[in-house]
Design a protein around this ligand. Structure first.
Ligand SMILES: C[S@@+](CC[C@H](N)C(=O)[O-])C[C@H]1O[C@@H](n2cnc3c(N)ncnc32)[C@H](O)[C@@H]1O
Length: 260
């Protein structure tokens, strides 16, 4: 049976998780190495804004960190809390907006690995987010932020695809840029996710808008939050021994921000 729906991939946590779960091991190792190398405090509590299905958060919880997070999507929050409960961890993820939230207890580290920050479509939202993060972090704590920058010295990447399989379930995705509105700095992206089982095929047709950041634009935003400093930069190879010096060709960059 062939079906097509126009929907958000975030409303399908199982498929999202399968698709983006593949890099979890290297991200997990990298996060723990960052805590060791760059934090100015002992890291025992970790927060993930826009945590989605909690693919990394749950792994950190199982490793002994006190974890919590938020996400706008109630289905993702439910999925994440159910998964925490499965490992007898407290259901500490709440529905919330990462551009405007408060936490009861400060956290020692936070992370937001795969471009999610760019969902914040205005400067006010992005600034609000960084201010909330700075407020929530313990002194010396880290915010590890992975974003796809717009390069200035080469042509930007225009498309990406991922594929994943678990048993008889196969999920393929294709994302492409439909162009950037220079006035609003919003990049319009198309996303097709094809889900195959032995008896069916479902196509999820999605559309996203991501705010664009040239390196200088990101730095000028960060300057407005003096409580956060850049401790180091890496790329999406997640190699703790190989920091990445950002240049005009850089696209996938991980900023390790530290609370002063
Ligand atoms: C690409 S997913 C990332 C999920 C997770 N951080 C990960 O690494 O797998 C983006 C997530 O951001 C959430 N999101 C988008 N805008 C948000 C906002 N303003 N506040 C909180 N969550 C948001 C979506 O619901 C979705 O779960």
């Amino acid at each position: 049976m062939n079906t097509q729906v126009e929907a958000s991939i975030y409303d399908y946590p199982v498929y999202y998780d399968l698709l983006f779960g593949s890099d979890v091991a290297s991200e997990f190792r990298f996060l723990k190495a960052c805590f060791q190398k760059h934090a100015g405090c002992e890291v025992s509590s970790v927060f993930e804004p826009a945590c989605g299905t909690g693919r990394l958060l749950v792994k950190l919880g199982r490793a002994g960190f006190a974890v919590s997070g938020n996400d706008l999507n109630p289905k993702a929050v439910q999925y994440c809390n159910d998964r925490l409960a499965k490992y007898e961890l407290p259901a500490t993820v709440v529905v919330g907006d990462m551009s405007n939230f408060r936490v009861r207890k400060k956290f020692d580290a936070a992370f937001n690995m795969i471009n999610t920050f760019r969902h914040l479509s205005t400067e006010e939202q992005a600034l609000g987010h960084l201010q909330c993060m700075a407020k929530g972090l313990s002194k010396g704590g880290l915010y590890i932020l992975g974003i796809h920058l717009e390069p200035t010295a080469c042509k930007p990447m225009q498309e990406e695809s991922w594929s994943a399989r678990r048993g008889n379930l196969v999920v393929n995705s294709y994302m492409w840029s439909k162009g950037i509105d220079r006035k609003t700095r919003l990049e319009h992206l198309g996303l097709h996710v094809d889900v195959f089982t032995p008896t069916s095929r479902l196509r999820i047709v999605d559309h996203m808008e991501y705010r664009t950041y040239k390196y200088a634009e990101f730095l000028s935003l960060l300057e407005k939050v003096p409580a956060l400093e850049i401790a180091e930069t890496y790329d999406f190879a997640y190699n703790i021994r190989r920091p990445h010096v950002v240049n005009g060709r850089s696209e996938d960059v991980v900023f390790v921000l530290r609370r002063r």
